[in-house]
Design a protein around this ligand. Structure first.
Ligand code: ADE
Length: 223
């Protein structure tokens, strides 16, 4: 998969792609990440990429020209263009599964007071990673790339996410334990020591349901 990230702050991505699983996915050519500074596309004599909002109000708005030209330059017949904005649709695991099947993603990171609305017309979807406002789309872009990459076949041990995909609902993880069996008086649940894999699987499923009901009852109503 090719992933183009359009940003005004390319240095923010130093590090995330140079460690751990994402680094390996790049080395093994499972993903190719291309960080593009869309300021390079501006035709403004002062290199500006933003301007004041029509109608007044605080802050600056990203202008159409550099982003239109940048996306036109990068797009091909088989790509999805994603705008990151707090007013987008909420990002869900199901969307990560769908996006993991794409060949080419173009991810647009905003800054300042947002984008000129007309930029949405050249985007396929607008995504928000949560009900809070960040300083820009860079951290959300990292969230997208990380959550999508781990679902591409060959990136991680598939058993660790395969169960989620078969569940009708996305459930929160069951609790896990490792050695020692007793730590400061707290014991590992007996059933996990039983060796009865059928019972353990059922216990884990029930624990997933219990934790999801407690912490995220909304997920059980999601389709
Ligand atoms: N940009 C700023 N906040 C954001 C959010 N919550 N999701 C996506 N993009 C954003």
């Amino acid at each position: 998969m090719r992933i183009d990230i359009l940003t005004l702050f390319p240095n923010m991505f130093d590090g995330v792609f140079q460690e751990s699983i994402l680094k390996r996915a790049i080395e093994e050519k499972i993903i190719e990440v291309n960080i593009v500074n869309f300021r390079d596309y501006t035709k403004d004599p002062h290199n500006k990429v933003d301007d004041t909002p029509y109608g007044g109000g605080a802050g600056m708005v990203l202008t159409c020209q550099p982003i239109f030209d940048c996306i036109r330059d990068l797009r091909d017949d088989d790509c999805k263009v994603i705008m990151l904005t707090p007013s987008g649709i909420p990002y869900k695991q199901k969307m990560a599964y769908d996006l993991a099947k794409e060949k080419h993603l173009i991810i647009l990171c905003g800054h300042y007071e947002g984008f000129d609305e007309r930029i949405k017309r050249i985007c396929d979807m607008c995504i928000s990673i949560g009900d809070y406002v960040l300083t820009g789309g860079e951290v959300p872009a990292m969230v997208l790339v990380d959550s999508i990459t781990r679902l591409i076949p060959g990136v991680i041990n598939e058993q660790s996410h395969i169960e989620d995909s078969f569940n009708e609902h996305f459930l929160l993880d069951y609790p896990t334990y490792t050695k020692p069996q007793v730590y400061e008086g707290m014991e590992v649940p007996e059933i996990l020591l039983s060796g009865d894999h059928k019972k353990i699987a059922e216990y884990r499923h029930q624990e997933s349901l219990r934790i999801t009901k407690e912490n995220r009852p909304d997920l059980l109503n999601d389709k």
